[in-house]
Design a protein around this ligand. Sequence first.
Ligand code: APR
Length: 309
Amino acid sequence: MRKKVTIMGAGNVGASCAQRIAERGYADVVLVDIIEGLPQGKALDMLQSGPVVSSDARLTGTNSYEETADSDIAVITSGVPRKPGMSRDDLLLTNMEIIKGVTENVVRYSPNCIIIVVTNPLDAMAQLALHVSRFPRNRVIGMSGILDTTRFRTFLAMELDVSVEDVYAVVLGGHGDTMVPIPRLATVGGIPITELLPPQVIERIVERTIKGGGEIVSLLKAGSAYYAPAAAVAQMVDSIILDKKRILPCAAYLEGEYGIEGLFVGVPVKLGARGIEQIMEIRLTPEEDAALKKSAEAVRELIQVMKLG
Ligand code: APR
């Protein structure tokens, strides 16, 4: 029997996730939204691409939760996206109510699933989903770091005119303006970028990475990025469903790792069939450590607004 992946929210991010995952062919996909007809129409449209893309995955769209029962993974994208001039944190109060209700329904119908949170502000929404679900921390994961690192990798590959496949990078911290790209650990074919690019160029790329989401919001004017976020979600789903145990940067609930207690923050993790199977700790320089702690404090402020900590 194929695995089952439910996607909450059939908007830009949710529908793009559904398409990418269904095309893998290893899981059936259920798309859920509150707008009548929207998930049904998109699911039917994607289903009819199956013969062309050689995928037998079944796609279903629904406005209720019954069809989501016994999902292996639930991806939460429901909520409102940013508009120009808004930070991710400005979405807190609106999306908080949505994530609370959605998580309760996910747990009711799929008590053993792994939850991937995409809705912003990401770290705060992941913490809310952990709190509401009462799942163990390995089964609630935030999608942030893969998106931030894929932006970093793209810009580095463009600058050096090399294949994106050979560029690796690490970004730590919250998914917001305080995120912490670590240039010291970025490599091209195993060569540190600090040996290939002058500091001012690296600085420019780091800045563009940090503001990467905002750059797209200001271009789109209505809504925020969704192609790269969906690609990042699909990579996480691959690693879990296929038990690949990839080391990927994700938002994870820290219980003392990196000196941070009781907070979702972006760190490298091992993703496998059990969700987060290991949190990878890196020894940081004092400057990197200070930047990570500052980023964690920004997340903690949101948690306090939500009265979760
Ligand atoms: N249950 C299910 N779906 C919901 C609910 C709910 N309670 N509330 C809202 N939705 C749906 C909306 O009807 C809409 O179709 O969530 C969808 C969100 O889609 P978009 O508005 O297109 O937003 P999108 O670009 O997909 O972003 C969603 O992901 O990256 C983050 O910041 C982004 O928080 C935002 C989220």
